[in-house]
Design a protein. Structure first.
Length: 211
């Protein structure tokens, strides 16, 4: 992975398929999760060159402003594994931001976490703005699952009523196919985001002892 790292500490990524393939910031966050999650790798690192690259990764995430609130929740997720990425004040600011997006039904909608122009290169903005529910988008599995698992990793108690409302949303919005639905940000031909929706929903339920 580090053989492909760019000089500024990030990794190249297409901006073509938001949210997961949407920016260098997003893919660098995923790299940070990998570094911190690989069993024993970071603690046992004794290669000065690799350590310098890890430091550059952290500096990039600390010094680069996320493009939107989706980037901010991603950064908090990485910071739950690499604590010094954010200060306690910064972590609390992101946590407060996540709560501010929670919908009345207990879920979250990915469409409230960025302006249409801020997804990828912004070339989907016109289509997104024509969606019938643009002004009041429904909760979805991707964002609800991600919000819950990040909040739990950040230390929010499973008994928090807001977490329980989200768990209830997840339990009552699984489709008969087994998946949790999220409408694609990219087109209406394929909704590949339903895969991450289902993965995040299962992780969220597991972190709340609710499988």
């Amino acid at each position: 992975m580090f053989s492909a790292q760019l000089e500024n500490g990030s990794w190249f990524n297409q901006t073509c398929w938001p949210p997961l393939e949407s920016s260098e910031f997003q893919v660098t966050m995923v790299a940070a999760l990998a570094v911190a999650t690989a069993p024993g790798w970071l603690a046992e690192l004794d290669d000065d060159g690799l350590q310098e690259q890890v430091d550059k990764l952290k500096e990039y995430l600390q010094q680069t402003d996320p493009l939107n609130d989706y980037g901010r929740i991603s950064l908090l997720w990485a910071a739950t594994r690499i604590p010094d990425l954010l200060t306690d004040v910064q972590k609390q600011e992101v946590i407060d931001m996540i709560w501010s997006h929670q919908r009345a039904d207990g879920g979250w909608s990915i469409r409230t976490f960025a302006k249409p122009e801020d997804w990828g290169k912004g070339n989907r903005a016109e289509r997104l703005r024509t969606e019938p529910d643009f002004d009041n988008p429904p909760s979805d599995g991707h964002m609800t699952g991600l919000a819950v698992l990040v909040l739990r990793d950040a230390g929010m108690a499973v008994g928090d009523p807001r977490i329980q409302a989200a768990v209830n949303w997840l339990k009552t919005n699984q489709r008969e196919s087994g998946r949790w639905w999220t409408r694609s940000l990219n087109n209406d031909s394929y909704h590949f985001i339903a895969f991450s929706s289902t993965g995040y929903a299962l992780l969220a339920l597991a972190k709340c002892d609710a499988l």
